[in-house]
Design a protein around this ligand. Structure first.
Ligand SMILES: Cc1cc2nc3c(=O)[nH]c(=O)nc-3n(C[C@H](O)[C@H](O)[C@H](O)COP(=O)(O)OP(=O)(O)OC[C@H]3O[C@@H](n4cnc5c(N)ncnc54)[C@H](O)[C@@H]3O)c2cc1C
Ligand code: SF4
Length: 539
């Protein structure tokens, strides 16, 4: 079925699709956004872990392959707002050194633009969507720019407690810049610090696309069509120009949306899949792929965490899921002796029960009970976000599997991350998981391998162990720490399951399942296992 031709069709109503829609619709273009997931409303967002699974990635499956497979679980979104409906709203900037990595370190490539080219847009976005922070404080690391439209967010004991420790190691911490309201902003309320941002902020205090650019786009008459999965970009007969896209609507009926311009904003993995899937006799390797580089050099950031339990009640449930404090003091590419790449440090994210439960999957029964009681009051963590370098082996390509008519083919993501391109966390020279350190009786321990990375795609594990400075940091905090046995770093022996997800691929069941999951046992029986669809395996 063909729809009326439009100026622009945008695939994906997430973080980037919403910006394109707003700018183009306000410029008078006729814009249609095709979104694979539901049209979430603010009233759909519920502060519950179980509910929050519904807004996590769905859509066509990815098979994960390679020596160190990328994780694929939490790093995309599904439905209007995309991943930015449930993101953490941290907005650190790249620094000038990121653009000159080739000239300064002879690695990767320099960007064709510089920090100065991008800086005005950082400031513009901060004022468009509403950001809180202290720009002056950040300017010890970056060139001066505009101040944020709102003062920094409130801080709480579980973030403040780290600051003295960092200072004693010479690491300067400043308020983290976040896209959340410390005060009322453009009619949206100030944050209430209940820490449920990661399942979608129901108050509008967090700047997700539905309350920022997408809302502006709708006011400017952009049309959003939810539950419409795009499968291919179409070209004219000569293969010289895009003609529109093919998609399957809520009833699984094939449709064509003709357009003068097609914008792919379905996130990096899906964009590559769509281009490769759009091969024709004129473009045998896929669209825009004459150089064979579509899907190659997939990049990611890693996350490493160091956990601690304090004896006092540090009110770890309060605040936001974004950071309270951050530091660029280890951002230099060669900050660590045996690793290369920048590290961005944060502390003070609000904790929920599953956060500290996840850190000790080796505990059961009374031990777990005891741990949870103490963690509920005293658990906190710092996080380090590490940089990756481009590597041609890290790639996405189409797999032979055909899963349904609406998913033309599964894509497979292969990763074999090189040691030197890992994050700036110290790693063993062999580039494998670092040897387990002798079990100390301390209250700081490395987070178990992080398998639910938060950005684009990330390694399914990152080397996390207490480093010399992180252990020193725990000891140097202003508070007495617990010395209970069993809190030392330990590598739990649990099955590795990747990736895990709770909802079926939307292509797999009738449309009402997409939103609500199976409604009865009968429906559940008919549903293919998510493992079969999404390449889950246990190793
Ligand atoms: C838990 C979490 C925490 C994060 N925290 C931060 C943070 O603190 N700071 C930060 O800067 N970034 C953070 N990110 C990353 C950030 O959210 C993403 O980088 C960003 O949302 C990517 O934008 P996008 O438009 O490319 O994709 P998305 O926002 O994911 O949007 C893509 C949209 O396209 C739709 N789609 C996919 N395939 C199709 C198809 N075939 N047809 C139609 N529609 C399709 C999807 O349903 C989705 O809605 C976080 C991400 C997650 C998951
Ligand atoms: S802590 Fe603030 S930003 Fe997060 S969900 Fe609550 S009100 Fe929204």
């Amino acid at each position: 079925m063909a729809n009326e031709k439009v100026d622009v069709v945008i695939v994906g109503a997430g973080a980037s699709g919403s910006v394109y829609a707003s700018v183009l619709a306000k410029a008078g273009k006729k814009v249609v956004l095709l979104e694979a997931g539901p049209d979430w409303q603010m009233s759909d967002l519920i502060s519950s872990e179980m509910w929050g699974r519904r807004i996590r990635p769905a859509g066509a499956p990815f098979l994960l392959e390679g020596k160190n497979p990328f994780g694929y679980a939490g790093q995309a979104g599904w439905g209007v707002g995309g991943a930015a409906l449930h993101y953490f709203a941290n907005h650190p900037r790249f620094l000038p050194n990121d653009y000159k990595i080739k000239s300064e370190h002879n690695r990767a490539l320099d960007w064709p633009i510089s920090y100065q080219d991008v800086a005005p847009f950082y400031d513009k976005v901060a004022h468009d969507i509403g950001m809180s922070g202290d720009a002056k404080a950040e300017e010890k690391w970056r060139p001066a720019g505009q101040s944020y439209p709102m003062p920094p967010m409130k801080t709480f004991r579980h973030g403040e407690i780290w600051v003295k420790g960092f200072e004693s190691l010479g690491i300067r911490m400043v308020p983290a810049p976040v896209a959340m309201n410390s005060t009322e902003f453009k009619g949206r309320p100030a944050c209430i610090y209940d820490g449920w941002c990661h399942v979608g902020c129901p108050t509008g205090a967090l700047a997700n696309p539905t309350v920022t650019y997408l809302s502006e786009a709708r006011k400017a008459k952009a049309e959003v069509r939810a539950l419409c999965s795009v499968t291919r970009v179409l070209t004219n007969a000569q293969g010289t120009k895009v003609a529109g896209v093919e998609y399957y609507d809520e009833k699984k009926v094939r449709q064509v949306q003709e357009a003068n311009v097609v914008v792919l904003a379905a996130w990096s993995g899906q964009n590559s899949r769509l281009l490769l899937n759009s091969a024709t006799d004129k473009h045998s390797k896929g669209l825009n792929n004459s150089n064979g580089l579509v899907g190659k050099y997939m990049m990611t950031h890693s996350i490493a965490g160091i956990n601690a339990i304090f004896d006092e009640d540090i009110q770890n449930h309060l605040g936001t899921i974004g950071a309270q404090y951050m530091s660029y003091d280890r951002y230099g590419k060669t900050s660590y002796k045996d690793a290369f790449g920048s590290t961005y440090i944060t502390c003070g994210a609000a904790q929920k029960t599953h956060d500290f439960a996840n850190t000790r999957p080796d505990l059961f029964g009374p031990d777990l009970h005891d741990y949870m009681k103490r963690a509920a009051r005293g658990f906190t963590r710092i996080s380090m976000f590490g940089e990756g370098l481009p590597n041609i082996e890290n790639r996405i390509e189409l797999a032979a599997t055909r899963t349904s008519s609406a998913c033309r083919s599964a894509a497979s993501v292969t990763a074999s991350t090189r040691t030197r391109s890992r994050c700036g966390m110290p790693t063993s020279k062999r580039g494998r998981r670092p040897p387990r350190p002798p079990a100390p009786r301390r209250s700081g321990w490395g987070a178990p391998p992080y398998r639910r990375p938060t950005c684009t795609v990330a390694p399914s594990w990152v080397p996390t162990r207490p480093t010399r400075w992180s252990i020193a940091l725990v000891s140097a905090t202003s508070c007495r720490t617990s010395t209970s046995r069993g809190l030392a770093y330990s590598r739990p022996k649990v099955p590795r399951i990747r990736p895990t997800r709770s909802l079926p691929c939307p292509c797999a069941g009738p449309s009402n399942w997409r939103r609500n999951g199976p409604q009865s046992r009968g429906e559940a029986k008919k549903m293919p296992s998510s493992g079969a669809l999404h390449g889950s395996r246990v190793s």
